[in-house]
Design a protein around this ligand. Structure first.
Ligand code: NDP
Length: 338
């Protein structure tokens, strides 16, 4: 007897901030694998800021989710039926199962997981796409040197927390920016950042300047907006800026009010000889094995730490996703499906 598949589809496109009303839960029959395919039962769903972009029809580096389509997302899944020679039932994999209980895959993009090596949820966080983003963006573009100052915002999340910890492993000074005292305390006391600055505090530019007495050599850009405005005057000559994300602006509907500040930015680029480079994690796909080996070892040795924030049940995904964009998550945002 075919099982039911609960799935969450995009119900409408948000103008501005998304809400749970932009999603809809549906129940359909679970699909049946054809020759060369597997049926996946999704166990854990990853929620990530890029999903805001997929809800929009605007042209980007990946195609949007259409209205009525199942929301995309990475999952830890179990193979429950297989007509594929490489994947036996019972195999745990990380793949792209989406916001639903079951998914079909032809095996491409699936990576086998061994729970004896690391808890499987890490394949969506520190040992998954967010971790690889931190590792590749920081080491290829940021290139921190011992004694330099590295600043990162969204620092309690999966990307920012690893950026700061790798900066420390490379001998740099790590300054984290996060929302609220609890996250800031965690950065310093648990993760070993040198200083943490609360971007919701009264004087972000002043607090950041006090936290960076020697200026900033690497700014790993996750956020944009007011955080970037506070960072820009502090950048040192030849500072490097991997542009990873701009989460403060993902739901903007209009440009911020003037005056036009782009001349200030371009003057800084010129006079300080800044290196600013946008990147998408898969630009460094050929470094995945090196990332898994090195960060996997650091994790096993306890030299890097991570934190998960788990919502229980598929029906909680829309609310958890909306909260993620506002900083209500504390750690890698996951949804336990079953
Ligand atoms: P997080 O789990 O850190 O979640 C996003 C965080 O952003 C929130 O928790 C919140 O933390 C912070 N935030 C939201 N709004 C603001 C604001 N206005 N000002 C300051 N901080 C804000 O996300 P990830 O670690 O998964 O991702 C971090 C960034 O990396 C995102 O921009 C994401 O899009 C990007 N990214 C890019 C990739 C690429 O290939 N280029 C791949 C993966 C991620 P707080 O409470 O501290 O404010």
């Amino acid at each position: 007897m075919a099982e039911l598949n609960r799935r969450i589809v995009l119900a409408s496109r948000p103008h501005g901030e998304p809400s749970p009303a932009h999603f809809r839960m549906e129940e359909v029959r679970a699909p049946t694998p054809q020759e060369g395919e597997v049926l996946l039962r999704n166990r854990i769903l990853s929620l990530d800021p890029y999903m805001r972009g997929r809800m929009s029809a605007a042209k980007s580096y990946a195609k949007p989710v259409e209205i009525g389509e199942t929301m995309v997302g990475a999952t830890v899944s179990e193979v429950v039926a297989s007509r594929h020679p490489d994947f036996a039932p019972g195999t745990l994999v990380v793949g792209f199962g989406g916001w639903q209980d079951f998914a079909i895959s032809d095996g491409s993009g699936l990576r086998r997981l061994d729970p004896a090596v690391a808890p499987v949820g890490t394949a969506l966080g520190i040992l998954g796409m967010p971790g690889m983003t931190a590792y590749t963006g920081l080491l290829n573009i940021g290139r921190p040197k011992a004694g330099e100052t590295v600043v990162v915002a969204a620092a309690a999340g999966p990307v920012g927390s690893l950026v700061g910890q790798i900066a420390k492993l490379k001998g740099a000074r790590a300054v984290g920016i996060a929302g609220g005292a609890e996250k800031c305390t965690y950065l310093v006391d648990e993760l070993g950042f040198d200083v943490a600055v609360d971007h919701r505090g009264p004087d972000l530019p002043g607090s950041l300047a006090a936290a960076c007495p020697d200026g900033i050599d690497v700014y790993f850009e996750n956020v944009g907006g007011a955080v970037f405005e506070a960072v820009l005057p502090l950048l040192n000559d030849f500072a490097r800026m991997p542009v990873c994300g701009l989460v403060s602006g993902y739901s903007l509907t209009d440009l911020p009010p003037g005056p036009d500040r782009s001349p200030i930015l371009m003057r800084a680029v010129l006079t300080k000889r800044l290196h600013i480079q946008g990147f998408i994690v898969w630009d460094f796909a050929d470094q995945e094995a090196a990332f898994l080996a090195e960060v996997g070892e650091w994790l096993a040795q306890g030299r890097v730490k991570h934190r998960e924030d788990i919502a229980e049940g598929l029906d909680r995904a829309p609310e958890a996703f909306v909260g993620l964009l506002k900083g209500r998550n504390f750690g890698k945002m996951l949804v336990r499906l079953s």
